[in-house]
Design a protein around this ligand. Structure first.
Ligand code: F6P
Length: 513
């Protein structure tokens, strides 16, 4: 039931892509529009509240066809089925990768946990679950890092318009000054702490949780911990040892990877902040995208097309990065979130057969919101020497009625994609103003930023990440590189590391002084 182990670079579609790339790599995107019949029809997908225009890419119809052949030759359809069936596709950790099951009903374990999440959030919002002194909970603090932080923070901020009133806070880094500053403004009587750690061994999270617990006990008492601390973990023993009451421990199944865990108990803070109905809509939106991904033909399948475009630029144009630019300030944390989701997944160099890859794997993901980004790094995108494939994410409607501001935002979005592709020549004015254009972009236009559409957007990227990993024959769901860093840090901390390299040892001594 494992994923197929096929080296993509040995396949005939890949070899043809190499030849085709040589033929078309210097073509201007605008020429594709002139020379290809109905380019916009073929290079766009309308689906539910989404419209993807991928016509502004340095990609011909012939190459797109070859890329879809690559899907066939790498057994993508079969691999997708295995992913959704919960097969053990994370072979190096002997686990299934089944976070998609968290957004379906039909699994008892999932339903039981979901019910618990929804009940806790309803009880808090309806003042049925109160602090130890009988006061309403006003603040909730998520203590966790990586996947136990980035998703919950990104989503609560993205959907803050839908907030039911409880204020979210996040402690992720080990930074005593930051934590202290936050604790100073919190009232222990009205604050709920959620300790989120799949393993419950992550140094940063345990350290922060211990600090917060000590603060709470100092201000209140040990006995009241049961009203104010919840933990979310795959570890059954450690949260109990920490002092969390059994009814306040929610599970993360081992088949849910940390960076894809916001759909289950890790999303508790999301459900508390936006309310249970909105949380259910978030799941529903993700599930709709999953169904689209499972059932649509490759050339009209949003996650698949985005993955193919990514592979094309990364492997043939040798672009090292991809930018994500949402034209919505509430999505400011989306690039950070996608950085972990994508780079921790596809940052690999050994293929599924255990061989060193002879091609590029995961790209570097970065980005920021438009229009801010225009005034920061867009100059390089327009006139620099690099090609940066970019996803522009725009919304048809704003949340509040101010169509004037939305028009300004969207005019800027349109201007950038147009200018990147078309450039401009200024005859007689001098060479410095000239802009060549031919810079690629995808436009993802969504009706409105709401829980349903955000769920679909996140699932769209998750499924893109899966597709890239599947085609490039890598294991997307382990993170051994990160684990190495974690274990060395722990040895250094315990003073047990006596084989550090000369340079690091020198700095260690310097830091001790
Ligand atoms: O960064 C590595 C990682 O293992 C992530 O995958 C995970 O989300 C994060 O650390 C936190 O781990 P845990 O939830 O076990 O504390």
């Amino acid at each position: 039931m494992a994923l197929a182990k096929i080296n993509p670079s040995k396949l005939s579609s890949w070899k043809k892509l190499v030849q085709q790339f040589d033929k078309e790599c210097d073509h201007h995107i605008s020429d594709f529009f002139k020379n290809e019949d109905k380019r916009l029809d073929k290079f766009s997908i309308s689906w539910n509240n989404f419209y993807l225009d991928f016509s502004k890419n340095r990609l011909s119809n012939t190459s797109l066809k070859l890329l879809t052949n690559l899907c066939e030759e790498t057994n993508l359809k079969n691999n997708i089925d295995k992913y959704f069936d919960g097969a053990v596709i994370n072979e190096t950790e002997n686990r299934a990768v089944h976070h998609t099951a968290l957004r379906t009903s039909g699994n008892n374990e999932v339903n039981k946990t979901l019910k618990k999440i929804l009940n806790i959030s309803d009880d808090i919002n309806n003042s049925k679950r109160l602090g130890y002194s009988g006061k309403k909970i006003t603040d909730v603090v998520n203590i966790g890092i990586g996947g136990s932080h980035l998703g919950p923070e990104m989503v609560t901020e993205a959907l803050s318009y839908y907030s039911k009133g409880i204020k979210p806070h996040f402690i992720s880094n080990v930074d005593h000054d930051f934590t202290l500053k936050l604790l100073k403004k919190l009232n222990p009587e009205t604050t709920l702490f959620i300790i989120v750690s799949k393993t419950f061994t992550t140094i940063e999270t345990l350290e922060n949780a211990n600090k917060v617990k000590a603060w709470f006990v100092e201000h209140v008492d040990e006995h009241s911990i049961k009203y104010h601390f919840i933990s979310i973990s795959n570890n059954i023993v450690a949260p109990k040892d920490f002092g969390i009451s059994p009814e306040n421990i929610l599970p993360i199944p081992d088949w849910v990877g940390g960076r894809f865990s916001l759909w289950g108990s890790v999303g508790l803070i999301i459900s508390i902040v936006i309310g249970s109905k909105n949380f259910k809509d978030l799941l529903k939106g993700a599930n709709k995208m999953d169904i689209h991904f499972k059932n649509s033909p490759f050339e009209k399948n949003i996650p698949v097309v985005l993955a193919l475009i990514s592979i094309w630029y990364n492997n043939f144009f040798k672009c090292e990065t991809e930018a994500i630019i949402p034209y919505n300030q509430f999505l400011a944390k989306l690039p950070d979130y996608l950085q972990q989701a994508s780079m921790e997944s596809n940052g690999k160099s050994i293929d599924r057969a255990g061989k060193k890859v002879d091609y590029e794997t995961g790209p570097i993901i970065w980005g920021s919101t438009g229009t801010n980004a225009q005034h920061a790094f867009f100059q390089l995108m327009h006139q620099g020497t690099k090609i940066i494939p970019t996803d522009f994410i725009a919304f048809k409607n704003s949340l509040n009625d101010d169509s004037d501001q939305q028009k300004i935002l969207n005019s800027n979005f349109l201007a950038q994609t147009n200018a990147l592709m078309m450039g401009k020549k200024y005859p007689g004015v001098g060479i410095h103003k000239n802009i060549d254009g031919n810079k690629p972009s995808n436009s993802i236009v969504i009706n409105k930023l709401n829980p349903l559409n955000l769920g679909s957007l996140i699932a769209m990227y998750e499924n893109k990440i899966f597709t890239i990993g599947s085609i490039l024959n890598i294991f997307s769901y382990d993170q051994w590189g990160v684990e190495l860093g974690k274990s060395i840090a722990s040895e250094i901390l315990k003073d047990k590391k006596d084989d550090l390299d000369e340079s690091t040892e020198m700095i260690r001594q310097l830091l001790k002084r």
